[in-house]
Design a protein around this ligand. Structure first.
Ligand code: WQD
Length: 326
């Protein structure tokens, strides 16, 4: 099979490409390079520069590379930005997916893996979020991911396309420093940035109803997440007509305070955090029930939070050598 990886030059996408090629799958990357970086791709993987909104280019790519499966990661993913620019997010994430699915259906491609998010759950009021927990996204970003799942499943029902919607929890870490996330919009890089500036890391709210008062999340190593894509792609290949919706997490909650303590230990900075006001829209606790992915895919995360922080730090220091002073 040849897999088209949209968004394959992005942080998560490049890890998926690496895992798929290491597993012996042929891949072609389709990326508009708006945030993607071509140098992240392994030698020999073809790159088509284009938007999934460009149906003609998608059709030509599917036919030209004889694509037999798609892993769709190309999307905008900043929650705050989606509040400012909802129409842009709906266009890129929903219309971009609709155009892609139209081409996939017309070409008779049989398998489709969709990059979804725990953001579809919004503020879940449960200890462990199962795939049956009601979806109530809190941002246009989360809405576009939920609408995307609807498009994917409806297309599967109508055409027989085998589908998997993977709901990522909090993704972190890197396979190697070159593939580390270059964005500074999540907890770990935001703490790294503060430490690099010699400023205390910030905790956004310590009065949540959690054991230490700070928000609890389920962090998943990007290498494990990439392996989940390989497992999903293989499951779809061997079972036509499948429709999977799966949480991809570790099922283990870690608080912001615990994360900052561990980051301080790994980096050697040892800088006590400062308490800042709550960030609007943050749920107190979002932790996956991860057993369905294990049952359906035989996949389980192998890496812990220590691995995530250590590998992310190696990537950070590569770009910010001055940070290593700790
Ligand atoms: C984690 C916790 C912060 C920085 C978001 C999206 C989600 C997904 C992943 C998409 C929160 C706290 C952070 C800091 C802090 N995105 N924090 N100090 O908000 O759980 O999830 O990213 O693809 O859809 O919602 O992740 O890493 O931003 O924050 O206290 O300097 O860390 O308030 O509780 P979040 P995050």
């Amino acid at each position: 099979m040849t897999w088209l990886i949209t968004g394959g030059a992005g942080y998560i996408g490049a890890h998926v490409v690496r895992a798929m090629t290491e597993a012996g799958e042929r891949t072609v990357v389709y990326d508009d390079l708006s945030t993607g970086i071509a140098e992240r791709l392994p030698d020999g993987v073809p790159l088509v520069v284009g938007s999934t909104l460009d149906g003609e280019r998608v059709r030509r790519t599917l036919a030209g590379h004889r694509v037999t499966g798609v892993v769709h990661l190309a999307a905008k993913k900043q929650v705050g930005e989606s509040v400012e620019l909802p129409l842009h997010y709906y266009r890129e994430n929903v219309e971009g997916l609709r155009v892609l699915l139209e081409a996939v259906a017309a070409a008779g491609v049989p398998a489709f893996v969709f990059s979804s998010s725990a953001a579809v759950y919004g503020m879940p009021d449960v200890d462990l979020v199962t795939e049956e927990t009601p979806c109530a996204p809190m941002s246009p970003y989360g809405e576009t991911k939920l609408a995307g799942e609807w498009l994917v499943r409806a297309t599967g029902r109508a055409t027989g396309l085998s589908t998997a919607c993977l709901r990522y929890f909090n993704v972190a870490g890197a396979a190697c420093p070159e593939l580390a996330d270059v964005g500074v919009s999540n907890l770990i890089p935001m703490v790294f940035e503060r430490l690099t500036e010699n400023a205390p890391p910030r905790i956004f709210g310590d009065d949540y109803p959690t054991p230490d008062g700070t928000c609890v999340r389920d962090y998943i190593h990007v290498v494990d997440l990439a392996e989940a894509h390989v497992a999903a792609a293989r499951a779809l290949r061997s079972a036509p007509g499948l429709a999977l919706t799966l949480n991809i997490g570790r099922g283990e909650g870690v608080s912001v305070r615990e994360m900052i303590d561990r980051i301080n230990a790994v980096t050697g900075h040892g800088r006590p955090p400062a308490i800042a006001p709550r960030r609007p829209g943050d749920p107190a606790r979002v932790v996956a029930a991860a057993d369905r992915a294990a049952a359906e895919l035989g996949w389980k995360a192998k890496h812990d939070v220590q691995d995530m922080i250590t590998s992310a730090w190696e990537g950070w220091v590569r770009l910010h050598p001055e940070a290593a002073r700790g």
